[in-house]
Design a protein around this ligand. Sequence first.
Ligand code: F6P
Length: 377
Amino acid sequence: MPVHMTKNIGILTSGGDCPGLNAAIRGIGKAAQGAFGMHVEGFRDGFRGLMENRTIVLDREALSGILTVGGTILGTSRDKPYRMLIGGKEMDVTDAIIANYEKHHLDVLVCLGGGGTQKNALYLKEKGLNVITLPKTIDNDVAMTDVTFGFDTALEIATEAIDRLHSTAHSHHRIVVVEIMGHRAGWLTLAAGIAGGADVILIPEIPYEVEKVAKAIRDRSRSGRQFSIVAVAEGATSKQEAAAYEVAELKRQKAKTKEERKKAKAALADWEARHEGNTLRLARELEVLTRLESRVTILGYVQRGGAPSAVDRLLATRLGTACAELIHEEQFGVMVAARGDSTEAVPLEKVAGKRRTVPRDHPWIQSARLVGTALGD
Ligand code: F6P
């Protein structure tokens, strides 16, 4: 480990981008330099930039004016240290990453990311590096933190979209099925669905029956409301498809031979491919079952773009400055979690490989049911 007095911090952003990343980089950087006299540099494009030694100095000038800017000034990628695609081949680049960490005399590597990044960070910790992570993602699915930055901004965007879809669905007496991101977690869809007053909310944690969704829409029609908004999470599935997934996943876990593993992986890939058109299929089925015209809106990457909300700027700054304090105290191997108005250092072992999904008895679900929203179950 280095013997210098000034601490050297390396920062990278990894996984899908989200609003608030620059606010977090600024929070870490300004506190580290201003309050603790540390040297801060960034690595471009996630673990790939660290492996390729592509850096950017994060001095006062670089950190100025980025609080409100969307995306990440560092660039990002979904690359993993132990399996990176190089020249069409998957390679383990851990040694190159460790060599660059040492070359820059880093005291710590700060990784800003979601679930995948937490795993990669733990992997590097186990290889002997000092790491600290911050939880970011619009999906809000990182374990052991109250919330992730990026979520609030995406929630605002998705809610505004639902508001706008309401008026056109109303004018045309249509069903509008709006697909919302969130990977395998329903937080964003549930929250935006409640805030936007969706009539049906479908999330991965509660597999649905199409006939029940159709019935909820027909009931609305009968009571004079000839339009409906269906907020569907990209990971939501019917009960039937959820059962098929479970069978395939169980086979993968139980596979003993290479052949069995290959077969099980292929079955899961088939399932994923089938799932891709799920929202369009659902809209068509609802049209047949309700005889109401249906339209689909896939919000997609709009939810990840643009300036962070005030809530995300505040959260990212709080987590960033707390991160600098932890580095000053030499507390490594942790994620800086949001806990109420404060923060908490959580060991990476408790975070990595875990996903925070919506519990079926979560108060938001109860609220949705109490205002008469159908959840398809
Ligand atoms: O994790 C954020 C997220 O936007 C998910 O909601 C979505 O499933 C995924 O990333 C999309 O990933 P990519 O940017 O690799 O297409």
